[in-house]
Ligand binder design. Structure first.
Ligand code: ZN
Length: 490
């Protein structure tokens, strides 16, 4: 933790201490009324429009609670969520993780004795990435509604899903349906930072409170193409992140007399080679099934190349065509290495003694970072350049089964609700909390249930993040149906 971070954390704690001496309503948007048995919104199977309307209100409120990480300050969101649940008579537990940072968990029981192996966990994270406020066209924490979109940091990642989980959970309670398994609601902290308040520590401290055999989380998406849902990518696996430092050292000196061992030149040359390098293609079983399914949905030309990727004669060319067609497809097929930071120099007229770069590496599950370092050392071929794997790598976890009853339920509901569009197994190139869950024998599947076009998906972690309200409502409905289908005794 650097000093900036530490000061922010301390300020967060101070703000909260101050908040405690004022009425909470001044700090936290008031929870909206959601009265059990309210005659205006009777619990009806297959009718979730009333709950979707309430869920919009929760999403608006959650966006207005700034949980940019760092510092996160998720405790305020956790208290808000506990308040929403309390209105429906659901007792939530707030789990303090660090000053100003708390997770929140609640459970609907199927029997007096819980069977964790059967339980279903609905998980979403409360923190968001920060904003570059000046680049937004609206207040990122204003929850502005414009032209059918709700704008705000976290609208998709991940407060949209957080509100949808809350809706599915609360409507299950209101329906008074007989459950065949416990359903657990969990809102996590520090997903974007992965530090000491993250799900890793939450599992270490409180696993007994949310142990489950199945989970639905972010990680996959419902992809819209040309105005129609093309497919739902159900995340069953994810790539593993590493950072590698590229370091060159040399003799510092006067820039008026350049030397051959200038570290800037050596690091720049190494980064140039690495940036243009493509690691070899390797098919994981999930990626193979993904392309088999997608080939049938793409136009003839792309479909043909997708089907040819493992043929002996045209395979290599096909892999190149598909990799060039989409950065996502490229990254699903191979380890990727992206140079992200360059650090060198103290003054315009000084040759520095050291230059560095950072490589952000995303490995296919099962691949070895040492093998990548070996390949890069051969490619760079410069004894003055050292590659050092950095601490705190990502987590390699087993993939979730595509044969499980839960995967089957998601596939069935998706295809019913999105006009026959299929669910395809998806290996995300990004990280989620699911890796930690999979390491604990949870069949975690990732599906943000909102049908979204590329134009909206690309704004996640970027400027003007937004969710189409119609897509939000539809996602609330779909998620609720998945939960009912899987957890309600028929
Ligand atoms: Zn997220």
């Amino acid at each position: 933790m650097n000093w900036n971070r530490r000061i922010q954390v301390l300020m967060g704690a101070a703000a909260l201490a101050t908040a405690a001496s004022f009425p909470l309503a001044a700090q936290v948007p008031a929870a909206r009324p959601g009265i059990p048995g309210n005659p205006v919104s009777p619990p009806q199977a297959g009718n979730t429009s009333a709950i979707a309307k309430e869920a919009r209100g929760w999403l608006v409120d959650l966006i207005k609670i700034n949980t940019s990480n760092p510092p996160g300050n998720e405790q305020i969101a956790a208290m808000y969520i506990a308040g929403v649940l309390a209105k429906d008579g659901i007792k939530a537990e707030i789990l303090d993780m660090a000053p100003g940072r708390s997770a929140v968990v609640a459970r609907l029981r199927s029997a007096a004795m819980a069977n964790p192996a059967k339980a279903l966990l609905l998980v979403a994270h409360m923190d968001t990435v920060p904003v570059e406020k000046g680049r937004w066209s609206v207040d990122p924490f204003g929850a502005v509604i414009k032209d059918g979109y709700l704008y705000g940091r976290g609208a998709i990642d991940d407060k949209g899903m957080l509100a949808a989980n809350l809706a599915a959970f609360i409507s299950l309670k209101r329906s008074m349906a007989r459950l065949n398994r416990d359903v657990i609601f969990l809102a996590t902290d520090d997903e974007e930072g992965g530090g000491d308040a993250s799900i890793r520590m939450l599992i270490a401290k409180h696993w007994d409170k949310f142990a489950a055999g199945f989970a639905i989380n972010e990680g996959g998406n419902v992809f819209v193409k040309n105005g129609k849902v093309q497919y739902a990518g159900v995340q069953a696996d994810e790539k593993v992140a590493f950072n590698i430092a590229v370091i060159a050292r040399g003799t510092s000196g006067h820039a008026s007399q350049p030397t051959k061992d200038n570290p800037v030149t050596h690091v720049a040359a190494a980064v140039g080679k690495i940036g243009n390098y493509s690691a070899p293609v390797r098919f994981t079983s999930i990626v193979r099934r993904y392309f088999e399914g997608l080939a049938a949905l793409e136009d003839d030309e792309i479909g043909k190349w997708m089907r040819s990727m493992e043929t002996p004669d045209r395979g290599e060319h096909a892999q190149r065509v598909i990799s060039d067609a989409s950065p996502l497809w490229n990254a699903m097929l191979r380890d990727t290495i992206a140079p992200t930071v360059l650090t060198a120099g103290v003054a315009n007229n000084v040759i520095p003694a050291e230059a560095r770069a950072n490589l952000n590496v995303r490995l296919l599950p099962g691949d070895s970072i040492n093998a990548v370092v070996n390949d890069l050392n051969k490619l760079v071929n410069d004894p003055q350049v050292k590659l050092e794997v950095q601490p705190n790598p990502g987590l390699a976890a087993p993939s979730s089964s595509l044969e499980s009853e839960f995967y089957g339920v998601i596939s069935k509901v998706v295809s019913q609700e999105f006009g026959g569009a299929p669910a395809l197994p998806f290996q995300s190139t990004w990280l989620t909390d699911s890796a930690q869950l999979r390491l604990h024998q949870v069949q975690a599947l990732g599906l943000v249930p909102f049908p979204l076009a590329q134009e909206d998906l690309r704004r996640m972690h970027g400027d003007d993040e937004r969710i189409p309200l119609a897509a939000f409502d539809k996602g609330v409905d779909v998620l609720s149906k998945i939960v009912v289908e899987f957890a309600v005794a028929h």
